[in-house]
Design a protein around this ligand. Structure first.
Ligand SMILES: Nc1nc2c(c(=O)[nH]1)N[C@H]1C(S)=C(S)[C@@H](COP(=O)(O)O)O[C@H]1N2
Ligand SMILES: [Mo]
Length: 222
């Protein structure tokens, strides 16, 4: 979502909430100043919760699978737009992973079903110059990761959580899941993955959040 989008898109109240989160980033709120090795399951400054809180920009697009499609384009050999049937025809896989939100909650052992990063990358074949992926969502949200951060065995595009289709509020029918980075890197209501040569900081990355977002390095803010 661009800086200059009209406020009506998000709504004034939500702009206030976004503003508050931005202030936190500026103040370095929630920082413990510690780092931890990966072997420590709970990253520094996080607390374990049993539920799955909802965080978004105040818009929760409703996208039936019958009208859903995902575009994979940019610096790839084989750009493609896949409808739901085509997505489900790809090899499906399962993973169990933890989630870590910058607002300090973590939860463990989420069971995902979806399409692995490896399948997506094999399908589109990023060009040698591709270095980054920009995730674009149906609510106007964007987030960026480096290609090698996505090219990991635990990264997926997910459509089921703990045996159920991912709900609308959590970004269904399809969202990104990049478990080893703060959850703002995992785009809900995914619309497009754009492979790029140049980095393109997304919604939160341009509002004071860290571009890299490693929870064990406590990379909350920039
Ligand atoms: N499309 C979209 N994806 C998004 C967001 C968003 O506002 N829109 N928020 C991000 C943030 S800040 C977080 S913490 C997680 C929250 O995911 P959840 O609501 O399923 O817990 O989604 C991330 N992905
Ligand atoms: Mo977040």
């Amino acid at each position: 979502m661009a800086e200059n989008d009209p406020p009506s898109v998000i709504g004034k109240i939500k702009n206030k909430l976004i503003g508050a989160k931005q202030e936190w980033a500026k103040d370095g709120r929630l920082l413990t100043g510690k780092t931890a090795p990966r072997e420590q399951r709970l990253p520094p400054g996080q607390r374990l919760v049993k539920d799955w809180p909802v965080l978004d920009l105040g818009i929760q697009p409703q996208i039936p699978t019958s009208s859903y499609s995902l575009t994979l384009d940019g610096a790839v050999e084989h750009p493609v737009t896949l409808d739901w049937v085509a997505l489900m025809a790809l090899p499906q896989s399962e993973q169990v992973s933890d989630m870590h939100c910058v607002t300090q909650w973590s939860n463990y052992d989420n069971h995902w079903r979806g399409i692995s990063a490896a399948v997506i990358l094999a399908l589109v074949q990023p060009k040698p110059q591709a270095r980054h992926i920009i995730f674009h969502s149906h609510d106007g949200y964007t987030t960026n990761v480096r290609l090698e951060q996505f090219d990991q065995p635990d990264c997926m595009l997910v459509h089921h959580w703990n045996g159920q289709p991912i709900s609308r509020q959590h970004g269904g029918p399809l969202r990104g899941m990049i478990p080893r980075f703060y959850l703002w890197k995992s785009a809900k209501w995914l619309q497009r993955m754009e492979f790029t040569e140049a980095d393109g900081p997304g919604f939160w990355e341009t509002r004071g959040y860290n571009n890299n977002a490693d929870p064990w390095q406590e990379e909350r803010y920039s």
